[in-house]
Design a protein around this ligand. Structure first.
Ligand code: UD1
Ligand code: CA
Length: 455
């Protein structure tokens, strides 16, 4: 049997004014990924053969984000917001050109939609239905379109504003995701008018039109989270909570030990190997991978970092973008690593900044070591050879290289390269003055007696 083709149309011409933000609504993030990114990830995983997105005028950033997740996405601009059916027809040429077996319409602001839910919506089309609509039962149905069903058929959707008192009693609501059989879609969509309270072209009118044309429409009940739309910062925070819950569950299912899962924050793209332990209160920003057997101790913050096998990070460590830790590397408390490769077995256990650097295998970076990578104009690199030993409280002024096996004395300011196996000292020489303190105290006591005799 040949696989059915499926065009997914993402509606994203939202105004988003209730977010009180200059940023387009669908570019706000949940679990470190834009709302639109979540939708497109679900669409891609579900097996769409082509994707079209409808954006508002001037929303180039939205189109660009869509292409970042799905490079072949075709973008359409809806110049005037005339309703959901009008938005879908903005992408009419994609429907006409591709002649898909199935068409799925999803909203760009529903980040929690899952691939399996999209697949369930599409399933009735393969069975010969013309239209399937995602149904759910919200605690408060106000504002949603109500689904009017008769037996196993969906016969109409009544928008809240246009619904009668009796219709408003209906609890089953339109979640917004709709699936259309490709061969009847344009005939149905072409008949939708705008004779309603809002004067908009309602996609929901497709149901009654399908019925008039003797096509079959059905409702498919889904979980509320799948159709949860984001309009406000409060709803964004609620979606974040659901997304975190799902990511923690997935990590646990994959065998990660989360001692207090509710305190660990993950990104949609965080990846873990086997036997990883994450202690309480750890934040994983975007693009972090943690390999087998690594331990992330409490209060660590990681973004754009790779943690190698068996490595130990934290407590209180900060890994910034470009931190690449090799096998069994130790990064301890109050250590910050940025754009640095740290090779197997190297250690920086206390109070350090390692930025724009290379640290060779088995090197030891003493407490308080700082790579001085910035001269106020440009960034420079520090290279530390394998098995080198950097004494505590040293400043390595980049660009600078410390050779393999070399030693740097504690408290040094290193401004010139250090050859392999050498010792470099860059600090004031210690001076000892025997008996100096005794003499000082004696002088002070003479002074005190003189001052006393004057009263
Ligand atoms: C819509 C449904 C309603 C459903 C609800 C679920 C219609 C007529 N109503 O109502 O039955 O219960 O969603 O959340 O479809 N959009 C455009 N261009 C437009 C209009 C909308 O791209 O001209 C996009 C929006 O960005 C949004 C989506 O379509 O992503 C839904 O539009 P919105 O105005 O929020 O529809 P609702 O009134 O909430
Ligand atoms: Ca809405």
């Amino acid at each position: 049997m040949e696989a059915r083709s499926c065009l997914v149309i993402v509606l994203a011409a939202g105004e988003g004014t209730r977010m009180r933000s200059a940023r387009p609504k669908v570019l706000h993030a949940v679990a470190g990924q834009s709302l639109l990114g979540h939708v497109l990830a679900a669409v891609a995983n579900f097996g769409a053969t082509s994707i079209a997105i409808v954006v508002g005028p001037g929303q180039d950033a939205v189109a660009a984000e869509a292409k970042r997740f799905a490079p072949d996405t075709e973008c359409f601009v809806q110049n005037e917001r005339c309703g959901t059916a009008h938005a879908v027809l903005t992408a009419k040429s994609a429907i006409a050109a591709r002649k898909p077996d199935d068409i799925l319409v999803v909203y760009g602001d529903t980040p929690l939609v899952r691939p399996q839910t999209l697949a369930r919506l599409r399933a009735p089309l393969a069975a010969g239905d013309s239209l399937a609509v995602a149904a759910f039962r919200p605690a408060d149905p106000t504002g949603y379109g109500r689904l009017i069903v008769a037996g196993d058929r969906l016969i109409a959707i009544r928008e809240h504003l246009d619904a009668s008192a009796a219709e408003r009693e209906v609890e089953l609501c339109n979640g917004g995701i709709m699936a259309f059989a490709g061969k009847t879609a344009l005939a149905i969509l072409g008949r939708i008018g705008n004779q309603n309270r809002k004067g908009e072209y309602y996609l929901t009118d497709a149901v009654e039109i399908a019925r008039d044309m003797k096509f079959r429409a059905v409702a498919v009940e889904v979980e509320e989270d799948d159709v949860r739309g984001i309009n406000t910062k409060k709803e964004l925070a609620e979606a974040e909570a659901v997304a975190q819950q799902r990511l923690r569950q997935a990590a646990l299912d994959a065998g990660v030990t989360l001692i207090a899962p509710e305190t660990v924050f993950l990104s949609a793209d965080t990846t873990f190997g086997k036997d990883v332990v994450v202690e309480p209160y750890v934040v994983f920003g975007e693009k972090v991978s943690v390999e087998d057997g690594a331990v992330i101790h409490s209060f660590s913050h990681l973004v754009g970092a790779r943690v190698g096998k068996g490595a130990s990070v934290g407590p209180f460590a900060r890994l910034r973008p470009g931190a690449r830790l090799g096998e069994n590397v130790h990064i301890g408390n109050f250590v910050e690593v940025k754009e640095a490769t740290i090779e197997a077995g190297a250690k920086a256990n206390h109070l350090s900044y390692i930025g724009d650097a290379f640290v060779g295998a088995e090197a030891n970076i003493g407490a308080g070591t700082i790579t001085c990578n910035y001269d106020g104009i440009a960034k420079h690199r520090t290279a530390i050879g394998k098995s080198a030993f950097i004494g505590s409280n040293s400043a390595l002024v980049a660009p600078v290289q410390i050779g393999d096996g070399a030693y740097v004395g504690s408290g040094s300011v290193i401004t010139a390269d250090v050859p392999a196996e050498a010792l470099a000292l860059g600090r004031g020489r210690q001076v000892v003055k025997e008996g100096w303190a005794t003499r000082l105290r004696a002088l002070k006591s003479i002074g005190k007696r003189k001052a006393g005799s004057q009263d």
